[in-house]
Design a binder for this molecule. Structure first.
Ligand SMILES: Nc1nc2c(ncn2[C@@H]2O[C@H](COP(=O)(O)OP(=O)(O)OP(=O)(O)O)[C@@H](O)[C@H]2O)c(=O)[nH]1
Length: 396
């Protein structure tokens, strides 16, 4: 069992479609988280703007808030559009979207980070610290939102750090800006490393669910194949391959079941045996294929005259057994006579034209307390009486 399980799991190999599903799954995580956090972003930069409102000149602050809000709205609408059309996008189109969004996230990060470059901020040490701590919090938050797509996370974090780097490069050596730029470098590196491991965990999760889905599909399919194979085996075990009526074993099983049922509730049942007359002559004259066609047509013609509840089985060769339910002595004889006449009434096959076939019939009504075998033997004996009496007749 364990071997079979590991065998099934080892056969699950990810193909292009699965890789697509993984990419889409990761993007769905990213879009969901990013769209959800957008509302808090508005609150966040609104709060920072309020904190800076006394120190930073109003036009600069308005420019920062306006730029950030525009980028946030653009970001939201693009992610919304991507979410709607995600499944329909072909891989190259999806990658184009992702490249575009990765670039956008750089500018979005830079818009956040540019808070540190607003004029007047570096004159208020306390406020500066609050803003820098706020920026670190935003950068950390981005790990949660963007780690499902590592390039986007990297782009956002580098965008955030970029204004500090620029200030660090432009400022005099030893100035606080260069120190903060160094801090931003270390923090960005840490976020990228941690973000990458978080991305790997996400990817494994999504891969796991894609593989589970695939395994479930495969199990469903093999279950279906097994059911079909079982049905086929059951057919092979119970049906005659040429005429598709029951075979001898299936008929005996059904009769034994009737025998068991009979002990609780008596049923009137008749057994009819029929054997085609001079069938060897048909084979010898017209060939085996015609002989086969005659057997098939015999079954069709007899079956057409039986009730749904009656049974017809090939007993062997050109010999068949009918089990007629709910009959008494007279109706059994009448029904069998009707079958005998009907079989011989018209040609059985198209080729050769006009080939009619007769059969000899033996009937036995299943007596109370009698075994199935004894009833079959009586029908068989009656059949041979019909043969001896000249064929194409019914005997009891
Ligand atoms: N075409 C064909 N012939 C079969 C099949 N099974 C048995 N036979 C043939 O059926 C013939 C039966 O011949 P016999 O037992 O001599 O019986 P008969 O010629 O019908 O003569 P009576 O029963 O005495 O009327 C044999 O030649 C078998 O080879 C089958 O599936 N297809």
């Amino acid at each position: 069992m364990r071997e079979a399980k590991s065998h099934a799991a080892s056969e699950i190999v990810l193909d292009e479609r699965d890789r697509d599903a993984i990419e889409i799954g990761l993007l769905q995580v990213l879009i969901k988280r990013q769209r959800f956090s957008s509302s808090t972003a508005f609150l966040g930069f609104g709060f920072l703007a309020w904190l800076m409102s006394k120190t930073v000149p109003a036009p600069c602050l308005a420019g920062w808030v306006g730029g950030l809000a525009l980028l946030e709205l653009l970001n939201l609408s693009l992610l919304g559009r991507l979410q709607k059309g995600l499944d329909a996008l072909a891989r190259p189109q999806r990658w184009r979207w992702l490249r575009g969004l990765t670039v956008l996230f750089f500018f979005y990060g830079a818009a956040w980070g540019s808070a540190t470059a607003l004029p007047g901020l570096w004159l208020d040490a306390q406020l500066l610290q609050v803003i820098l701590v706020g920026s670190v919090a935003v950068a950390m938050f981005s790990i949660h939102n963007l780690s499902a797509h590592w390039p986007m996370l990297s782009s956002f974090c580098m965008g955030m750090a970029a204004p500090l780097w620029v200030m660090g490069v432009l400022s005099a050596p030893g100035a606080p800006q260069s120190l903060w730029a160094l801090g931003a470098t270390v923090l960005t590196a840490m976020i990228l490393l941690y973000g990458f491991s978080s991305y790997t965990v996400h990817r494994h999760d999504v891969e796991g669910s894609v593989m589970t889905r695939k395994l479930a599909q495969r199990l469903k399919q093999s279950n279906q194949e097994l059911t079909e194979a079982l049905q086929h085996v059951q057919q092979l075990a119970t049906l005659d391959p040429l005429t598709h009526c029951l075979n001898r074993r299936a008929l005996l099983d059904a009769l034994q079941q009737e025998e068991r049922r009979r002990s609780r509730c008596p049923v009137a049942l008749g057994i009819v045996m029929l054997d085609l007359d001079h069938f060897k002559l048909i084979n010898d004259t017209h060939g085996h294929a015609v002989g086969d066609a005659v057997l098939v047509a015999t079954v069709a013609r007899v079956k057409a005259r039986l009730r749904e509840t009656d049974l017809l089985a090939r007993w062997g060769g050109e010999e068949f057994v009918c089990v007629l339910m709910q009959v008494h002595e007279e109706s059994l004889m009448a029904k069998t006579q009707d079958l005998c006449t009907h079989l011989a009434s018209a040609p059985l096959v198209h080729q050769p034209e006009g080939l009619t076939v007769t059969a000899s019939w033996g009937v036995a009504l299943w007596g109370e307390g009698e075994s199935v075998q004894s009833c079959i033997d009586r029908a068989d004996a009656a059949l041979y009486r019909a043969k001896r009496a000249g064929r194409n007749r019914v005997s009891r």
